[in-house]
Design a protein around this ligand. Structure first.
Ligand code: SF4
Length: 172
């Protein structure tokens, strides 16, 4: 299986979520981090899409890329999962650099917070990305889904909430 930015994002948040997503159980809705970014971008930056390109490279899709400045734009609603957002964008930068695109950086935009974070790929990140790729593969290749998180506040925003806390899906 090709590893994508969504896998990197979910790996930071919840291994069960990563496993469910990677094993074809998809329940994305408008509250979830990934679909939320696109909706938020479209509603917040109506005038901007012309300037950006959607690009697909080596199995990953980046919704908003500025080809003039080589900047990836990722829009998020809240900064509560900042580490997940960072590693998602760092992984995108890594893939673009591997594809021969130079000087790539990222901007994570939180329009509701009026906040923007610049993301760059540092040398030491390369080792972490490799480690995470291995960790992601280990999680998604497990036979059974990992346990639910103990921190239920994260679960309440998750697309899999109903699945995880229903009678059928709720077993750890
Ligand atoms: S609801 Fe909680 S335990 Fe279930 S996948 Fe989402 S974050 Fe993980």
């Amino acid at each position: 299986m090709r590893i994508t930015g969504t896998h990197f994002n979910y790996y930071q948040i919840c291994h069960r979520k990563l496993w469910l997503f990677a094993n074809g159980i998809q329940m994305e809705h408008s509250n979830d981090a990934v679909s939320d970014g696109r909706l938020l971008h479209e509603s917040t930056y109506n005038e901007r899409p012309d300037k950006y390109r959607e690009i697909e490279i080596d199995g990953i899709k980046i919704d908003y890329f500025d080809p003039q400045r080589n900047v990836i734009h990722e829009v998020k609603r809240s900064d509560k999962m900042e580490a997940a957002h960072w590693w998602q964008v760092k992984f995108y930068i890594y893939k673009l650099i591997n594809a021969g695109i130079e000087g790539v950086s990222g901007l994570i935009e939180y329009p509701k917070l009026r906040k923007t974070e610049k993301v760059t790929l540092e040398h030491e990140d390369l080792y972490k990305i490799k480690e995470m790729e291995n960790g992601i593969r280990q999680v998604i290749n497990q036979v059974d889904a990992p346990s639910r998180l103990t921190k239920k506040s994260i679960c309440k925003k998750c697309a899999y909430y109903d699945f995880c806390y229903s009678a059928e899906g709720g077993r750890d």
